[in-house]
Design a protein around this ligand. Sequence first.
Ligand code: UT7
Length: 319
Amino acid sequence: MNGRICGTGSYIPGRILTNDDIAQMVETNDAWIQERTGIARRHIISGDESTATMSAEASKKALEMSGIAPEEIDMIILSTASPNAVVPCVACQVQEMIGAKNAVCYDLNAACSGFLYAYCTAQAFIRSGIYKTILIIGAESLSNLVNWKDRSTCILFGDGAGAAVVQADPDAPFECVLHSDGSKGDALAKATPYTKGLPEEAYNMTMDGKEIFMFAVKRIPEVVRELMEKLPICAEDVDLFVLHQANARIVEAAVKKLKLPLEKFPMDMHEYGNTSSASIPILLDELNRAGRFKKGDKLVMIGFGGGLTWGAAYLEWQA
Ligand code: UT7
């Protein structure tokens, strides 16, 4: 028994920060950002919005679509690198906000691969028979984490949340490959304020952009091939690839290596920037609500990011 996605939802903050807005803060310009990243704007939390409130809104939409009541949720797994508090975990805050009183709740952090890890963890709980109905969420308030004086990183990131309800289904195929490489942790890092005694720069987000770029372009085709070896299909049979939305050039370079049509790799980072673990579920929800999935469509979700972490998961659309 695996799980099928039976509802998706997302929440995007209303406040927009364009490339021109960022050009007022650091020395950059719209043309440079668009050409190097494909990003035109990003949405940023304001007022009472937080990782928890965005997650709750995305979850309510996913539950509404699935027709499942909050009390039926057995577990909430929430992926974030930007929680509103260390304790309680954001998943517990969401539980309270949506009334999922029977759920077991925890957060996980695998940076931009987090939603993919959450999806595979949900499948493991379902396959083992421990739980039947699991709400998975990817949510980030990266605007609280970035150094707004560093033009090499602050142009990239945005805020948002996406959620999916995964429910046990005897007909749902599932396969995945996940990887981590802690030896490359420095490529994208930020120390918490609770870690004392580090050099000052460690408390700001630091990123080796070129290393992350090359890592992603190498690992995306690798995990697709690895995943296909576990399945009775080939990459050409896949209808849509739902990739982490970091940078349009990363997607284009990886697709070129895979020799697949770019149309199978939908992108929305021009509107939201890189929302880390929220990017896959936001895109999934957009595609779902736009009617891009038919029953039986073969989908591959691919995540990559800090840690380093990366991987891919296969599913067939059942809704
Ligand atoms: O989820 C994973 C998160 N991380 C990523 O996805 C990052 C992946 N990497 C990238 O997307 C790219 O490496 C960047 C977009 C971050 C940078 O693009 P690049 O082509 O690797 O640029 P670069 O770092 O080699 O910098 C080229 C030049 C430098 O100037 P000089 O040394 O040639 O004079 C930078 O100082 O561009 C300069 N530069 C900028 N100029 C205008 C760096 N950032 C900016 C900026 N605006 N925002």
